[in-house]
Design a protein around this ligand. Structure first.
Ligand code: SF4
Length: 499
């Protein structure tokens, strides 16, 4: 009898480790690790999602007739050892995990691995694509993916005649007062409540954030219901306003499928095929379908591939020499008068979620401009977001948000002042700060810090041709000394949690 060890982000009935297996030849192992749970101050909804989903998946496999050994152990390793001692399997088999540390553990323990099929591009395929290319452009990777996976293609040509509809997808928030899709919610049941009680037993400070509201799916059946809702109700309204931010509207027309994808409940291919079918049926416009598919087989897989190719560099990277500890407002321990940050942090507290522009241009921008130490930011985002994982956060935070990799991912830092946030949101009108001012007590902290950031890194960034216009504008500032003096006050207030 073999054991198939299902890891916590491999919760799909067709996981490759279960290929061809039956209850007659296979026993299932699931391990909840107390060390992993204690390793970070997880958002309650993140911890709840993973543990509840694992328990439900164990119940589903038991209902299919498998004997399921679901252990709560000190560590993954000790859970495996205890299982092997108790059951003496012929072999332990697992699908390749999503983390390099996980893969090293499986190899170290002599676990037989099957190929990771929860991504469309295995890390070996990504490395072959990367080859000795000088720059690893996401756009090149994405087109290669579209062609080889035959997604949204008309023969050799992209559907709709273009690869990219971004120019239609950067609209500011609509002002017509329209309503947005309401997320699917499931009632919490005894499984949910047992997990929450276990989290409570860890102590009040072990987790943070609001209790789950049932929007994040904890089984494949529930994930499939969210996929249907996303395709029918959400995606037709995605697209044009995908980069917009509206106060009190954390979800807008985002599909909210990333947690289910990242726990393996949905596969990227089935999700993209459902979206393509809806587009071909005339239910989802091309700019929304392409914009969504770009996120899944483009960005998501590109980040995954970069993680495996450059993990060690990302772990060590700090090209902007950023040393600031995580500010209290990002740790959820301080209120702020910055309306954009307050709204984003409310969403993170209430839902363990913020959409991609809130992550990049509000939270990431705040960390970039103020110089938050990359690993502190990675760890916080990994533990705070419902779809967090090392492979997601390491490249996205280190490379994309903080430019700490020196340009592996992004060709320039995504630094922005209050003008960008004002254009893409409705926050600035209600804010106590003035997004146009860069000095004085009412100056928008983003605007002040933006100029201070450019001035601080003037030398380091001077060779970056994409920043030529911004650096020329910096050189024309007549009040730079006053801006930098105000920046020192802003950064001190950020550290104190009084901004
Ligand atoms: Fe954010 Fe500045 Fe706008 Fe306030 S004024 S909402 S701090 S960008």
């Amino acid at each position: 009898m073999d054991t198939v060890w299902i890891l916590g982000d491999q919760l799909h009935p067709d996981v490759s480790s279960l290929d061809g297996r039956t209850p007659d030849d296979t026993r299932i192992l699931l391990v909840e690790s107390r060390t992993k749970l204690a390793s970070k101050r997880w958002h309650r909804q993140r911890a709840h999602l993973v543990i509840t989903s694992m328990r439900r998946f164990g119940h589903e496999l038991a209902a299919r007739g498998f004997e399921v050994d679901h252990r709560r152990a000190e560590s993954l390793r000790s859970g495996l050892h205890d299982h092997v001692d108790d059951h003496v399997p012929d072999r332990v088999v697992a699908m390749e995990p999503a983390s390099a540390a996980g893969l090293a553990l499986l190899h170290d323990e002599g676990v037989t691995t099957t190929r990771n099929t929860h991504f469309t591009c295995h890390w070996e395929d990504f490395a072959a694509w990367a080859g000795d290319r000088r720059g690893l452009r996401m756009e090149d990777f994405y087109r290669w993916q579209r062609r080889r996976l035959d997604i949204l293609m008309d023969g050799d040509e992209p559907a709709g005649g273009r690869w990219n509809f971004d120019d239609q997808n950067r609209e500011p928030p609509p002002t017509d007062g329209r309503s947005w899709p309401v997320p699917v919610q499931s009632d919490l049941d005894d499984v949910d409540r047992a997990v929450l009680a276990d989290l409570d037993d860890m102590g009040a400070d072990a987790t943070w954030g609001a209790d789950p509201t049932g929007i994040w799916p904890t089984s494949r059946r529930r994930a499939l219901a969210r996929l249907r809702h996303a395709v029918d109700e959400v995606l037709p309204r995605f697209g044009a306003h995908q980069d917009a931010m509206i106060g009190g509207e954390p979800f807008l027309a985002h599909t909210l499928l990333s947690p289910a994808l990242n726990l393996g409940m949905l596969t990227p291919l089935e999700v993209c095929e459902a979206v393509e079918d809806a587009h071909r049926d005339g239910r989802v416009p091309i700019n929304a379908a392409e914009g969504f598919i770009r996120q899944v087989i483009g960005w998501r897989e590109y980040v995954w591939g970069l993680y495996w190719l450059h993990r060690d560099e990302f772990l060590a990277a700090n090209a902007m020499d950023a040393r600031r500890p995580l500010p209290p407002v990002l740790a959820g321990r301080a209120d702020t008068d910055m309306a954009c940050v307050a709204d984003t942090m409310t969403s993170v507290h209430d839902h363990s979620y913020a959409h991609h522009i809130q992550r990049l241009m509000v939270l990431g921008n705040l960390a970039l401009l103020s110089g938050v130490e990359p690993r502190a930011m990675v760890d916080w985002m990994w533990s705070s977001f419902v779809d967090g994982a090392e492979w997601v956060m390491l490249p996205n935070v280190v490379g994309m948000a903080l430019y700490a990799d020196g340009g592996i991912m992004a060709t320039k830092p995504y630094a922005a002042g209050g003008n960008y946030i004002d254009r893409m949101s409705d926050h600035c009108g209600d804010c106590r700060y003035d997004r146009r001012a860069r000095t004085g007590d009412d100056a928008c902290p983003f605007t002040t810090m933006y100029w201070d950031f450019l001035a601080r890194h003037r030398e380091r960034l001077s060779d970056n041709h994409r920043l030529g216009r911004q650096l020329a504008n910096l050189d024309r500032l007549s009040d730079l000394d006053a801006v930098r003096a105000r920046a020192r006050e802003v950064l001190a207030a950020l550290d104190e949690g009084t901004l």
